[in-house]
Design a binder for this molecule. Structure first.
Ligand code: IPE
Ligand code: IPE
Ligand code: MG
Length: 238
């Protein structure tokens, strides 16, 4: 065990698709919102684990542009839970050196939630121990559409449109691409998360439901990542 831990490769940026809250709740006869509550309560511990592992960027997929299709009660319940999380955790996270960023569109969110997100982002903007991106009302295709709109309205010529220019117009401008993406609950699809940025990410799919995802499962995923041979279209360096 110890020798394995010594050879663990630590990714710079890990994306987490926090899936399985509903099934977690269902498995114990609880309403879906109880699963979302447990899921939000799990965030803090996973951030702490990320800091301990030496990861510099964590991106959490909390609410997709498609999640508006869920029943109103569930959507509003999730919004309330995020509001509570920001109220409770912004100052403690700030004191731990966490920079909080938001990716996605703020426009469909209620003004009080927008204020809270902006407050958290502003308060923590100079922190560098770890950067936590909260993907909330985020969709990868929506992000690319927004980038294209910004580029067109800037008056760029076709030959000026490069991968770098597109990257600079995404919500994630200035943030390195994710090395590893973890989707919990056993579902094996991207569901519109970081579409552009994940072109060469390694993906892992633990069967654990998000509320049960912890440091131990996280470490197992880092072991799996460490065994992967990332070639980026070239040849193996081994
Ligand atoms: C993930 O859990 C949280 C959100 C998508 C907001 P789900 O709510 O998708 O849980 P399952 O997939 O129904 O178990
Ligand atoms: C993806 O999970 C979005 C988040 C975890 C926020 P979903 O549960 O919404 O994805 P699908 O519908 O199963 O693809
Ligand atoms: Mg789901």
């Amino acid at each position: 065990m110890d020798s394995k831990e010594e050879t663990l490769k630590i990714p710079t940026h890990v994306g987490l698709i926090m899936d399985g809250n509903g099934r977690w709740a269902n498995a114990q006869g609880l309403p879906r919102l109880a699963g979302h509550r447990a899921g939000v309560e799990n965030l803090r511990g996973v951030i702490t684990a990320g800091i301990k592992f030496g990861i510099k960027y964590l991106s959490f997929y909390a609410f997709s542009t498609e999640n508006w299709n869920r029943p109103k009660d569930e959507v509003f319940g999730i919004m309330d839970l995020l509001s509570e999380f920001i109220d409770r955790e912004t100052v403690p996270l700030h004191e731990e050196g966490v920079r909080i960023l938001h990716i996605g569109h703020l426009d469909r969110l209620r003004p009080s939630l927008v204020d809270k997100i902006e407050y958290a982002v502003n308060l923590t903007k100079n922190n560098r121990k770890i950067t936590v991106q909260l993907a909330f009302n985020y969709g990868g295709r929506d992000e690319i559409v927004s980038a294209v709109r910004k580029i067109i309205s800037s008056g760029a010529r076709p030959d000026e449109v490069t991968e770098a220019l597109i990257g600079r117009n995404l919500f994630t401008a200035g943030i390195p691409d994710p090395d590893l993406i973890i989707r919990t609950s056993g579902e094996m699809r991207t569901s519109n998360f970081l579409m552009w940025q994940s072109a060469y990410s390694e993906w892992v799919f633990p069967t654990t439901y998000w509320p049960d995802f912890n440091e131990e499962v996280f470490k197992e995923m880092l072991r799996e990542y460490s065994r992967r041979d990332r070639r980026f279209g070239g040849l193996s360096s081994k």
